[in-house]
Write a protein that binds this ligand. Sequence first.
Ligand SMILES: Nc1ncnc2c1ncn2[C@@H]1O[C@H](COP(=O)(O)OP(=O)(O)OP(=O)(O)O)[C@@H](O)[C@H]1O
Length: 346
Amino acid sequence: MALIREKRLRQLHLSLPVPPRAAGQRPNPTFTPAPAPTGVKALTPTALSSQFRLADFDKLAVLGRGNGGTVYKVRHRETSALYALKVQHYDNPAAAAEADILSRTASPFVVRCHSVLPAAASGDVAMLLELVDGGSLDSIRSRLQGAFPEAALAEVAAQALSGLAYLHARRIVHLDIKPANLLASTAGEVKVADFGIAKVLAHAGDKCTSYVGTTAYLSPERFDPEAHGGHYDPHAADVWSFGVTILELLMGRYPLLPAGQQPSWAALMCAVCFGEAPVLSDGAASPELQDFVATCLHKDYRKRASVAELLAHPFVARRDVSVSKCALRKLVADVSSESRLGSDMV
Ligand SMILES: Nc1ncnc2c1ncn2[C@@H]1O[C@H](COP(=O)(O)OP(=O)(O)OP(=O)(O)O)[C@@H](O)[C@H]1O
């Protein structure tokens, strides 16, 4: 399971033109302040890349490894401040694009990139990110060895959707939403991370033609591009992946295949394109949550709820914020105290 879920299906990447860069978009970030998010405390980028050097940091632990590179927990020697440092190989074309996209964002619901450190001699790209101390929802789920309580899940949903709303409003589509790419803190925050295959659309309604993604979270129209004219609505694709993510956290395991079934490409394709959504046992979820998940997982992308509609859904909009935030804080703190984040020492 892990193998398929971690790997992106490179063979699904068609050699069609990717959407053009938006007007004025540069290939490398220079940290021009992004427009302030609405309705939340405004953030602006805090440092220019020249303020830090790789040599200023001590590597403390490995936080995670992915297709693109390695994420380290690091300490700034002078201030003792902790950060996450994502080092990507110079030959990974996604590295510069990810840094560029992160340089456009400043939201409490999106992982913050403080700086892109001057390239090491190797030419690797090193992004200095805020450290999100609870790690990914995927690692929290596996440490929890069970399902997220519904109150905590409502908070995860609200904050992840706020991140997606912020991104979509800036014509940024993520295209790789999954538990491993949502980070949570012991303060009860959730942040969207890993913009390795994200895109900036030239126009708000543009469709996407890139089929790269993590197989288990691809929507039906991304699995079967020919049936949809060779392109898809990337906003609806993000909603599907988000829906699978919420269902996975609710069930405590990948939800679209029976427990224990090998996650081959063919099995996933059948489940995603033709299978029924899993039937939850009585009492496993409130009617609000069941409806919420169902509206994310419409196979027909035109019937799928938008991010704005999901934010207004009773499961999110009518949650008791103090209860749900407290439930999430407790969950993250409990699993974090049992296993130290980044225990894999450098
Ligand atoms: N800012 C951060 N704070 C804490 N942990 C982080 C941070 N960024 C990443 N991680 C950890 O590192 C893991 C890998 O990070 P990320 O997904 O950005 O790398 P990647 O190489 O693009 O991975 P993949 O190829 O699987 O998409 C995450 O799942 C998470 O556990």
